[in-house]
Design a protein around this ligand. Structure first.
Ligand SMILES: [Zn+2]
Length: 163
């Protein structure tokens, strides 16, 4: 994806208030991120472990989502596979919940997705980050096809948040 600046990232958020977008944690190392190998930029807030963020380009526009990671309740089934990149990373996957954009969000509606806990889907997919033994099932798809699939899963999730 095209490298983004901090102001572009802050302006991209669609499911939080302007004040929240201004205050939320944005990584300091944007200049050294492997943008060419990213389908989306995802990060966690090191000060607040239940918060995560992602920014992807949808229809040519950077679109950012603020996510919450509710701690799994007792007896809640744990999932292993990321529903975006279909990796089963050693670091685990988490249910991440996005408040819907606009009025639906103000009324308390949200959408959840299982994502790699470190939001490194793009790097696992390309083998740039080791996801651990057996993390990815063998597939006959090419890398480009897997990237295409990952992007479409992510876009589908973002669309559920914004519509
Ligand atoms: Zn993933």
């Amino acid at each position: 994806m095209t490298p983004l600046t901090e102001p572009q990232i802050r302006a991209a958020f669609v499911n939080c208030t302007k004040g929240e977008a201004k205050r939320l944690h944005v990584p300091r190392d944007l200049g050294t991120r492997p943008w060419d190998d990213l389908d989306f930029l995802g990060w966690r807030d090191p000060q607040a472990l239940d918060r995560a963020y992602l920014v992807a380009v949808v229809d040519g526009r950077p679109t950012g989502l603020a996510l919450r990671r509710p701690s799994p309740g007792p007896g809640q089934q744990r999932r292993n596979m990321c529903s975006v990149c279909l990796t089963n990373p050693a670091g685990g996957v988490s249910l991440m919940v996005a408040r819907k954009a606009g009025k639906a969000g103000q009324q308390g509606n949200s959408v959840g997705v299982y994502l790699c806990d470190d939001l490194a889907c793009s790097l696992y997919l390309r083998g740039r980050k080791d996801a651990g033994p057996g993390a990815r099932l063998p597939e006959s798809l090419t890398l480009d096809e897997k990237i295409e699939r990952t992007r479409s899963h992510l876009t589908a999730f973002i669309t559920r948040v914004t519509t």
